[in-house]
Design a protein around this ligand. Structure first.
Ligand code: AGP
Length: 616
């Protein structure tokens, strides 16, 4: 969840590291810090709050060193204080460390180190890890120069339980970085006379597009001109150098006030990118390059199981609806965090899918590993090429929507919906879905980007509506069938970025309890498109109106609601069932965005959240 940047090279490390931390700030933003080696000592600047605070603090420290490490923190152990911010320096002043993850046995290690005379200034597990490296470094005094820090870190990690992505510096080897991972992503960037390590390629691409994705239980040594990678068990690794296919411009705000609104407006192109190359030549079905499963094997699948978290789980729920409707195969969705502990009875001939924008969500990764451990094939729908989930899955489908920086997922979500719709088509066409129905389905998907553009054009009207609802403290989101997950997503978006309490229900469930909340103080957002249960949803609206609940209705163009029923109406174009969830998501995103802006909330960096959740 935290952001990591390490640099060793010819130029000053701190400006590059701070620039990188700004790009990673969406990962966690309780505090930030940077340490460089200069004049034979560590110079450390750290500050609670945003990277902007750190930048001011760093200016006071005059950081000139050319090797350094920096970190943005999302607190796990210890409160949000300057002392708890990373980097941490060992009490003998030899080692500096940044760390993502959680060291579970830190208490026992701390007791051991206190007994050896080490002292602590913070409440963090990271400072304990840092001092344990210092302890081993002291013991490894006989190891030849360039291996000593590497061996000390290796020894330390053998004693550690939990997860980590770390970068260590040592005062005795001023141009060396040691980095290792278990459960937290780390990427090495190979530059010209400089090498970088970061938790996210966004911090690397301004200097190089040549990267190596470190695997769990690997450890690397970087100097300005060299790098080497081995396993914790000392087996040398022959690195695979990948090329990142996006540039720094893709991660900028492009003139928008927030990443979130930029990404909302990028959705038509994002959908086109997610669809590119995935329609069969005859235009009646979908095709995928990386499933690593033959059509024959696919045809033998009798059940699907989808695991994910948050927004990605909502995309899975829509996919469930589409696969069951168009392919007539049972699908189960589960919270990835629950799946692992529920010990769900599983059928043979089940194919697993996980969905994850980041590909680093630890709960989703754990679900993937649990399913694989049970002998199932697991495919991943994922946006970040080279992410841990992408690498551990047996195959999968990349979303191809470019970097998503806003903490509230938008374009990644609608591209997951599109991929879910393509999957339902692919499976449906293997079974009962006719050639003609397949063609109509494909044409509808091809039209989705334009329909989304049409809804985006209503942003000014939705902004006006949002202004009128920004002062409420509670809201209900109600939808049915494939739009129930969209109601869940609408409520999640609103909670995340505006801090308004919001809940979602299938519209007809509302009368089984939630209706008790209804009054003039609790508005409801109804997703009420044309269709066979439209009249039922109108009845639910009547029940709300009878209790003075304000209503925002999202309806199909041309719909006339009974006079006075809805206080505000947002129109969406009529569309195919496979496209409806995508189109209906746009008003949800715009409403929550404009409400949050009206309330003065920090939309891209909502409190307590982080873009990818890499702790359990
Ligand atoms: C989305 O707005 C949320 N920030 C969050 O629910 C997110 O979708 C969830 O943490 C899963 O992330 P992932 O897709 O990267 O796995």
């Amino acid at each position: 969840m935290c952001g990591i940047v390490g640099y060793t090279g010819k130029s000053k490390a701190a400006p590059f590291i701070i620039e990188g931390l700004k790009r990673l700030e969406y990962r966690g933003y309780d505090s930030a810090g940077v340490a460089v080696i200069q004049g034979g000592a560590f110079e450390v600047a750290k500050k609670t709050g945003r990277v902007a605070n750190l930048e001011k603090e760093a200016a006071r420290h005059k950081l000139t060193g050319t090797t350094g490490i920096g970190h943005t923190r999302w607190a796990t152990h210890g409160g949000v204080t300057d002392a708890n911010a990373h980097p941490h320096v060992s009490s003998d002043g030899k080692i500096a460390l940044i760390h993502n993850g959680v060291i579970e046995n830190y208490n026992a290690i701390k007791t051991f180190l206190l007994g050896k005379g080490y002292t602590f200034k913070s409440e963090t597990d990271t400072e304990v890890l840092c001092n344990l490296i210092a302890y081993h470094y002291e013991k490894e005094a006989t190891v030849a120069g360039e291996s000593r820090l590497l061996e000390s870190v290796r020894k330390t990690l053998h004693h550690v339980e939990g997860t980590y992505g770390i970068v260590a510096l040592c005062i005795d080897s001023p141009d060396e970085l040691i980095t290792a991972r278990r459960g937290s992503p780390l990427i090495i960037g190979l530059g010209q006379g400089e090498n970088i390590v970061a938790s996210d390629v966004a911090a690397i691409v301004s200097r190089t597009q040549n990267v190596i994705y470190l695997n769990d239980r690997e450890i690397a040594r970087l100097t300005p001109g060299e790098f080497s990678i081995s396993t914790l068990d000392e087996t040398d690794i022959v690195p695979v150098i990948d090329k990142v296919d996006w540039s720094i411009d893709d991660a900028d705000k492009g003139g928008h006030e927030h990443y979130m609104i930029k990404e909302i407006f990028e959705q038509p192109e994002a959908l086109e990118n997610a669809m590119r190359g995935r329609i069969s030549e005859d235009g009646s079905t979908a095709q995928f390059g990386g499933l690593n499963i033959s059509p024959g094997e696919f045809r033998g699948i009798e059940r699907f199981m989808f695991c994910a978290c948050g927004t990605a789980l909502h995309a899975c729920m829509v996919t469930e609806h589409l696969i069951e409707t168009f392919a007539r195969i049972p699908v189960e969705c589960d919270h990835a965090s629950e799946f692992r502990y529920r010990n769900t009875p599983l059928f043979r001939d089940t194919l697993f899918f996980v969905m994850s924008q980041s590909g680093e969500t630890i709960d989703t990764l754990a679900a993937l590993r649990e399913a694989k451990r049970k002998g199932y094939k697991v495919l991943a729908v994922n946006n970040v090429v080279g992410s841990t989930i992408a690498r551990e899955a047996d195959g999968g489908i990349y979303q191809h929507v470019g970097p998503e920086v806003g903490v509230a997922s938008t374009k990644a979500f609608t591209s997951q919906l599109l991929i879910g719709a393509l999957l339902a088509l692919y499976i449906g066409r293997m079974r009962d879905l006719s050639f003609g129905a397949g063609m109509r389905y494909v044409n509808a998907l091809k039209g989705a980007p334009d329909l989304v553009r049409k809804v985006l054009n209503q942003a000014p009207q939705i902004k006006e509506i949002a202004r009128r609802y920004a002062h409420y403290s509670d809201m209900l989101f109600l939808g049915r069938l494939s739009l129930y997950p969209i109601a869940l997503e609408g409520a999640l978006k609103l909670k995340e970025i505006s801090y308004i309490h919001a809940e979602a229900y299938p519209a007809a469930e509302m009368k089984h309890g939630p209706i008790a909340l209804i009054s003039e103080k609790c508005p409801s957002v109804f997703l009420a498109p044309k269709g066979e249960i439209f009249n039922k949803i109108v009845s639910s609206m009547q029940e709300i109106k009878a209790r003075k609940g304000p209503i925002i209705a999202v309806v199909t163009e041309g719909t006339e609601l009974p006079a006075g029923l809805a206080d505000d109406v947002i129109f969406i174009p009529e569309c195919h069932d496979a496209v409806l969830p995508i189109v209906a998501s746009i008003p949800m995103q715009l409403l929550s965005y404009y409400i949050a802006v009206e309330r003065g909330c920090d939309v891209d960096k909502p409190r307590n959240l982080a873009k990818s959740v890499t702790v359990e």
